[in-house]
Design a protein around this ligand. Sequence first.
Ligand code: PML
Length: 256
Amino acid sequence: MDYYSVRMRAAAGGAHEAGGQHISGGERLVGAEELEATVQKLLRRALTHELGQPDFVNLTVEKVASADVTQLPALPVTQREVQSVCEGHAAAVEELLQAGVALSAAQKAVALLVQGPAPHGGVMRGAIVMDADTGARLESDPARGVRVTQLDWEPRALAGWKQRMSRLGTAHERVAEALALATKVTAAADTVAELCWSDDPGYVGGYVAAKSIGYVRIPQLKEPGSPLGGRVFFVRGIRNVQEYEAALQAPVLIVE
Ligand code: PML
């Protein structure tokens, strides 16, 4: 069976490629029978985002041969309990240290997501790539960052996972999507860990993920109403960022 990679990017204040502000995005990898519904769902997401109406929506559909798809088991999920954003940041730094990131790099990453990591302080379209030892930023375009494409859950695995994670309530869609991405990123050779919190003003949670610690949810990483957030991929030993990004764009399905 072939798959279809479906990608959505929405921006406001100018065409996306001409520097419009990123509003929302989505990545799916689905069978033919799910294609139409998936396109509709992603378009609805673009048109109803809390950051406002987009001026530009890019929806791309691309066929992917099943032989090219790698299957990965989802990272295990745990949660840290924190009472404030400050405690959330401290928990994130602790988890990053546990995963092998240097303290200065972990602290720098948290500070960057707090201030807005794009050149003029806004959110980036993709992720920061950071040297896990020195904290140096390695992505060639600090407004764009690196993107992770062509990933999804295998539908039966997703249904089983949701059932087991019913304690998450309405957050489960968002967590499932983030978990798929974190599983793919942390499986890539050279990734040490990932730090993420949401740029959605209505969602204040995020996570630290690594092969060694799994997906550790942290429910408070910013104040409600803040549009700032993003992702940092900590790496060690990469030869060049283009090769690393290419690995993040190879098709992956999450199984259990
Ligand atoms: C979680 O609560 O585990 C999901 C965090 C997702 C952050 C990124 C997003 O906005 O989807």
